[in-house]
Write a protein that binds this ligand. Sequence first.
Ligand SMILES: Cc1cc2nc3c(=O)[nH]c(=O)nc-3n(C[C@H](O)[C@H](O)[C@H](O)COP(=O)(O)OP(=O)(O)OC[C@H]3O[C@@H](n4cnc5c(N)ncnc54)[C@H](O)[C@@H]3O)c2cc1C
Length: 420
Amino acid sequence: MARTEVVVLGSGFAGLETAFRLRARAGEDDVGITVVSDRDDFLYRPGTVRLPFGAAEAPLHVPLAGAFRRRGIGAVIATAEGIDLDRGQVHTSRGRMAYDRLVLATGAASRPEEIPGLAEHAHSIAAAGALHRLGEDLRWAAQHARHGRAQRVLFALPPGNQCAAPLYEVALMLDTWLRRKQIRDGVEIAFDTCEESYVQAFGPKLHELVSRQFEARGIEGRTAATLAKATERSAVFADGSVREFDVLATFPPQVASVHYSGLPCDERGFLRCDPLGRAVLGRPEVFGPGDAGDFPLKLGYLALLQADAAAGAIAAQRRGTTLSAGPSPVVRQVLDLLDDAAFAQIPLAPGDDPARVDESSSRYWVSTGAFWRAGARLAEAALSARFRLGLPFRAGSGWGALGRAPGRTRPNTDNLVERP
Ligand SMILES: Cc1cc2nc3c(=O)[nH]c(=O)nc-3n(C[C@H](O)[C@H](O)[C@H](O)COP(=O)(O)OP(=O)(O)OC[C@H]3O[C@@H](n4cnc5c(N)ncnc54)[C@H](O)[C@@H]3O)c2cc1C
């Protein structure tokens, strides 16, 4: 049988897990894999929330050249510019490449321009550079507060963002950071979200947990507060209310990083995919795992699950087998609070809405405790180590570290079953 040439665009969670998982399933004689990315490393984005509070950025970057060499995976540093579906070619800034199977794992980008003034007056938490700048402004705010000039820091989550949790994380971390500096009294923290409940995508238990945290920490939160406009010092909401601020932080609306013409997508450019193996609808040779796809929740955790599904589907196509659905996925999320941590295990319900929380499930639970920080850092270290070696994360023991607490361990299950 001729070798299947697989081209993977993107070196994030989804692209790398797909490439490494596929290589673990098939040798070089069977499947040729080439990763095309505009960067030569992997950035562990969940860790970037610590940057405003003095954490170093370098450990979040995992070099990939050795991993690709070790696993016989081709690597091209280039920008993907488009695809020719009829010819089976990708157009990149360094020329064209032919593929038999194409994995579009180019993720999501921010579009702050959807809200007037947001790009000019708010700090985005979407990129590492912007988080460093947020840290600089927070240090100034802390300095002013120390000198008796009261400060207001506002967090605003606008519509169109599908990854709310990290903004809550930064707000809660800020509270701890200010307390440690003994200047918390000089800084008001407010959190306005367009959601109907806090971290709405994760259901009522997360709402209750965040409400308790906000109350205990003196963070003034509002739900159903839709940001309409930002000016230099004030945020204007759809209901006409106005909040003054000294520092405004946001996670802007998201869109697909790359628009691939000829492929079906939703109104934000996210690829319409078959939930089972993440093949793009009507295009069984093209896959859209991770943030690039239309799953209404953008998480690294889900990107890994979807990447495994895509790798499984590509391997199954080569073998002539088919996939059928296993149990619905269970999401795990840690909110780092610097002094403490909150953990949520969120089972998703089967049915038409892929991101509906199964609220009645006994597997739906939340918990707080500093040990969750340790679990999250262990999972982070394990993922970096596995990617450095060119190995898929989910096949390793580190995957289970996220969500392991005495008496509550339950390994996450694959959401796919391969059948001959
Ligand atoms: C501050 C923050 C905190 C977060 N915290 C968590 C968390 O705690 N838990 C969690 O599960 N998720 C978290 N997330 C979400 C998580 O980071 C994303 O869901 C995840 O990165 C998606 O992975 P991906 O591979 O689909 O996309 P990405 O990680 O965005 O990777 C996309 C890749 O494509 C490349 N690329 C893009 N465009 C092109 C192009 N034109 N040509 C070539 N290459 C291109 C990029 O360089 C990158 O390598 C957080 C996100 C942020 C911003």
